[in-house]
Design a protein around this ligand. Structure first.
Ligand code: SDX
Length: 429
């Protein structure tokens, strides 16, 4: 195969080198295109744009393959811990036992929030969406660590990583406690990562609370499955904001906002609302599928479709199995799970979904597990954010350490008015 492509334009020839990845993905390097020809590329939604060379996550969307640092998602989901997977994503290799212990100890050491942060939670109305609180508090964390958040200082980056990993579960749980008017529960450092989070969510100071190990395992698996997904919208946001050299807390707060949207991490919440609507319509999946196919109806099947996967999302496969176990144990028969399975089956047999290669994505079944665990709907995207955090940190770190990184600054094709004369207000009607 040739190592360059040629663009002929207006009598000029531009030779674009081909960039090749370790999995033989090929891209056209257009970084010198504008300088040579005056042309820019036009790619709405960046569907054909590679924004970085990355060694973190590999997806083969046609084959339904997902790997973190070369390791397939399936054994990681089955056998790894969230802390180990986070180490792998951030540092590139599986840790030795000692490295794992050190990483875990550091994260555990930082779980408390500064007491001055407590009033922040009280400043929000009780029905505040916890994603808004999470984003605001993540940005707010930077104010406590202004002497240690230099994005170009590796020691500052390291301690900021520990602080983010340690404190975001506390922020998330407290945003929930605020919404239901219960006292904030402080972290317990003798507990594991997911266990501690569930304890802060569901314990009350008046009595002992023991976290069900099956819930801990299910949550750990969900966190691992959400931990990274290469250049998705929120990760690209973290990289773009980070490319300005703002501190990492601010970059991650921006990623949380991007994740909140219903087309991205907010879809898990929307899936449940959709399933409830279908159940209320006596399980009439056909009419919902018809609406999803109608171009004039904004309704889409939430939890279906993906920019990269044109096959079953490998994460959804694992989550569906876990949902089966967890729901069976916690609630027995769940009519919504039944509706979800029927909807999936009907969609996968429908020509529209077959032609467009639309399959369930990570958000389709995850909400059913969170719901069975007793989490309220608006906490679902928060759980996604907690899982995605190590991926954001790893991608931010890769961006900041990459000598090719420049400030993210796309161009545009201007389509507004050409130059015209200003007319003073006195001369306008
Ligand atoms: C996540 O990018 C990532 O990696 C994200 C993620 C991660 O881990 O970070 O995997 C997490 O965000 C999962 C996706 C969650 N969102 C949803 O479930 C919302 C429903 N899905 C869609 O809105 C949509 O499929 C997206 C946003 C996920 C993908 O959008 P694309 O790539 O821009 O695809 P598209 O909207 O252009 O769809 C192509 C066609 C369109 O029809 P035509 O214009 O070609 O006729 O497929 C149709 C779409 O209308 N289509 C759907 C559909 N999804 C796409 N039709 C009905 N129902 C759907 N869900």
């Amino acid at each position: 195969m040739t190592d360059h492509a040629r663009v002929e334009y207006d009598g000029q020839t531009f030779e674009a080198p081909i960039v090749v990845g370790t999995e033989q993905e090929r891209g056209l390097d257009v970084s010198k295109l504008r300088g040579s020809t005056g042309l820019i590329t036009y790619d709405p939604g960046y569907a054909n744009t590679g924004s970085a060379r990355s060694a973190i996550t590999f997806i083969d969307g046609d084959a339904g393959i997902l790997r973190y640092r070369g390791y397939p998602i399936e054994p990681l989901a089955e056998q790894s811990s969230f802390i180990e997977t986070s180490y792998l994503l951030i540092h590139g290799e599986l840790p030795t036992r000692e490295q794992l212990r050190g990483f875990r100890d550091q994260i555990t050491h930082h779980t408390l929030l500064r007491e001055d942060m407590r009033p922040l939670f009280d400043a929000f109305p009780p029905d505040a969406h916890p994603m808004a609180i999470l984003s605001a508090a993540t940005s707010g964390l930077s104010t406590f660590y202004q002497d240690h958040y230099d994005p170009l200082d590796p020691a500052d980056v390291e301690v900021s990583t520990y602080r983010l990993m340690a404190k975001l579960p506390t922020v998330a749980a407290w945003s929930y406690k605020k919404s239901i008017g219960q006292p904030y529960v402080y972290p317990q450092n003798a507990l594991g990562y997911a266990e501690n989070f569930l304890h802060m969510m569901f314990a009350v100071p008046a009595e002992d609370y023991h976290v069900d190990p099956e819930l801990t395992n299910a949550l750990t698996q969900l966190l691992i499955l959400h931990a990274d997904h290469e250049q998705n919208a929120s990760t690209s946001t973290v990289r773009l904001v980070g490319s300005t050299h703002v501190n990492i807390y601010a970059a991650i707060a921006a990623g949380i906002s991007a994740l909140w949207g219903p087309r991205h991490g907010g879809a898990n919440q929307e899936v449940i609302q959709m399933l409830e609507e279908i159940a209320a319509a006596e399980g009439n999946t056909a009419s919902f599928i018809a609406r999803a196919k109608d171009r004039n109806d904004p309704f889409r099947l939430m939890g279906f479709g993906h920019r990269v996967y044109k096959n079953y999302d490998p994460r959804a496969k694992i989550i569906k199995n876990t949902a089966d176990t967890v729901i069976n144990k916690l609630v027995g028969d769940d009519p919504l799970f039944e509706v979800a399975r029927e909807l999936e089956e009907a969609a996968l047999q429908d020509d529209y979904f077959i032609e467009k290669k639309l399959y369930p994505n990570v958000d389709f079944y995850s909400g059913l597990i969170y719901r069975a665990m007793g989490l309220p709907l608006n906490m679902f995207p928060v759980l996604f954010a907690l899982g995605r955090l190590p991926g954001w940190v790893a991608q931010w770190k890769e961006m900041i350490e990459d000598s090719e990184t420049r400030i993210g600054r796309p161009r545009q094709i201007y389509v507004g008015p050409t130059e015209r004369d200003y007319v003073p207000i006195s001369q306008r009607s």
